[in-house]
Design a protein. Structure first.
Length: 231
């Protein structure tokens, strides 16, 4: 039986849809999520959330990758985060996010070379783990950031030239779940949306986009504890 690549199948399907169809789909999805969480939060014990801040936090250090689209082209955003972890329920901190995909275009019809899109932003983040069992974690991370977007190219003397640079504001809410296969290893997936506001200034790119995440995660603290027991 031929092996089916589910990840690429989903990606190809989304890319074949028009931008309007993509927006409509994710808008409906988020409206349903908002309705669900609106009812859900009404029965949450707020005291549980408040009590987490009375627990001594640990450091939250991690790197992650979020897949998205920029003007219907696949775009990967990689981020490094540092913050505080309150009992694996509340995480707060700040992250540096960078577009790592190569997206190029000619800015003018007279250009003889391509210019590469550069996009980065700094974002304080808040993550709430609202569902936790022995094997499953489901959380809601939110990033609110400010950064810059523009184009770079290399001239004849290999000097980077930055053009059409402008400030961008970013808001990224998403939902992510992890399934722990082992005490030290888990797989996860998530979905969300990036809303970006900026002065076009010749950028001519659509930054607001659905976000999708496929990831693996190693629990370093658990690995270190096991190594200590061996010693």
């Amino acid at each position: 039986m031929e092996k089916v690549d589910i990840k690429n199948t989903i990606l190809n399907y989304i890319l074949k849809c028009s931008l309007k169809t993509q927006r409509a789909f994710f808008l409906v999805l988020f409206l349903n999520l908002l309705l669900f969480f609106n009812g859900f939060t009404q029965v949450l014990e707020l005291q549980r959330i408040k009590s987490q801040f009375q627990i001594k936090p640990t450091f939250d250090l991690r790197m992650d990758t979020r897949n998205s689209f920029i003007t219907n082209r696949v775009a990967k955003i990689k981020s490094a985060k540092v913050g505080l972890d309150y009992n694996n329920v509340i995480k707060v901190g700040i992250g540096l996010n960078l577009l790592t995909s190569t997206l190029q275009r000619r800015l003018n019809s007279t250009d003889t070379q391509l210019s590469r899109l550069k996009f980065w932003y700094i974002s304080p983040y808040l993550e709430y783990n609202f569902y936790h069992t022995k094997r499953i974690d489901i959380s809601i991370p939110i990033n609110v950031g400010i950064g810059k977007i523009g184009y770079t190219n290399i001239n004849k003397v290999f000097t980077t030239i930055i053009s059409n640079s402008t400030v961008a504001f970013v808001y990224e809410p998403y939902l992510i779940g992890n399934y722990k296969l082992l005490s030290t290893f888990a797989v996860g997936a998530g979905i969300g949306y990036r809303i970006s506001v900026f002065n076009n200034n010749g950028i001519n790119q659509q930054l607001s986009s659905p976000i999708y995440i496929f990831k693996t995660q190693f629990y370093l603290s658990e690995i270190m504890n096991r190594l200590k027991k061996i010693d």
